[in-house]
Design a protein around this ligand. Structure first.
Ligand code: 5GP
Ligand code: ZN
Length: 139
């Protein structure tokens, strides 16, 4: 399925040009237009899935294989010092384009990229109950 108003559908299917670093029948990997760091790329399926929850399972597994391959090549080429993979779902989580994608973000010593969270303290009772519930549901 394509969404005719979706910018990533248009990019992934070649209606809008992009700097493409990888392409196959199901995916395009492009450079982000507003990169967080030098070489910031996006893994985009050609089909429209709003987010992780809607993603087809075979596309989900292919996405990580492609992310690994492209991140490895970029890492060699850019000689960066590390790499973040980032994937946002829904506005509260920072998603701005509602077509599933994985960010590949090269990291460099002294870069100014920040993903800030404040470490909390685990609620053991909550963790135990939830782990049991989810484990049973997924068994
Ligand atoms: P999100 O916030 O949804 O996880 O990430 C969306 C990303 O898409 C942002 O990093 C943004 O810079 C990038 N982006 C938005 N529009 C375009 C575009 O037209 N072309 C490219 N190459 N990247 C885009
Ligand atoms: Zn789309």
């Amino acid at each position: 399925m394509k969404d005719c108003n979706c910018i990533f559908c248009k990019i992934a299917n070649g209606e809008i040009p992009s700097y493409t670093v990888y392409e196959d029948d199901d995916f395009k990997v492009i450079f982000d237009i507003s990169p967080a760091s030098k070489g910031h790329a996006l893994v985009i399926p050609k089909e429209h899935y709003k987010n992780l929850f809607e993603l087809d399972e075979s596309i989900a597994s292919k996405a990580l294989v492609i992310a690994k391959k492209v991140a490895t090549e970029l890492s060699t080429e850019l000689d960066c010092d590390g790499f973040n993979l980032l994937q946002n779902n829904e506005e509260i989580a920072g998603q701005t384009v509602f077509h599933f994608h994985i960010h590949l973000i090269p990291r460099y010593k002294n870069d100014n990229v920040k993903f800030t969270t404040t470490p909390g303290e685990i609620d053991k009772e909550f963790a135990e109950k939830l782990a049991e519930k989810i484990k049973n549901k997924l068994a």
